[in-house]
Design a protein around this ligand. Structure first.
Ligand code: FES
Length: 158
């Protein structure tokens, strides 16, 4: 696989090479695993027939997303961070919140998006094996803060 293209420098190319993280049947059974992909900790969820990978530590304050529950909000599957209950969509990494029109307090709260807050990585299934390719989307994602530097190590207890 060469998600970064063949013209990248070799170090960059290496960082975005896909990494084997486990057997498809095992991850389907456990419904989640943690893995280290090129020195970055990620969690891979299996939910309703699809695999999703994201940075393991919550963008808000570094909470352990691999220990959260998956729930649906506004029809979107989210991991709920066990620390302060932030909701993050599995598919896109958006932070969801509820808002209400202050001029109309009787209105029903609406689900809104803060935009992409948690970096999502690519999961590939090949011949019963699962691979993760790190995102190289060139935007600053809030979860990058906890995926690098002194914060990046989290004891895996799942
Ligand atoms: Fe995840 Fe605060 S650390 S909600």
């Amino acid at each position: 696989m060469d998600p970064g293209g063949s013209e990248q420098d070799p170090e960059m190319k290496e960082q975005y090479a896909s990494v084997y993280v486990g057997r498809e049947e095992d991850i389907k059974r456990s419904e989640r695993i943690t893995a280290v992909v090129h020195d970055r900790e990620v969690v891979i969820f299996y939910h309703k027939g699809e695999f999703h990978a994201m940075d393991i530590r919550c963008y808000h304050s570094g909470g352990p997303l691999h220990l959260g529950e998956i729930e649906e909000f506004d029809g979107r599957a989210c991991i709920v961070c066990p620390w302060h209950k932030y909701k993050i969509t599995l598919e896109t990494g958006e932070g969801l919140y509820q808002s209400i029109d202050p001029k109309d307090p009787s209105a029903k709260p609406m689900w809104c998006s803060k935009g992409i807050k948690q970096r999502i990585h690519t999961v590939t299934v090949d011949n019963g094996n699962i691979y993760v390719t790190l995102s190289n989307e060139p935007f600053k994602c809030d979860s990058d803060y906890y995926a690098t530097g002194i914060f990046k190590v989290i004891p895996s207890s799942f």
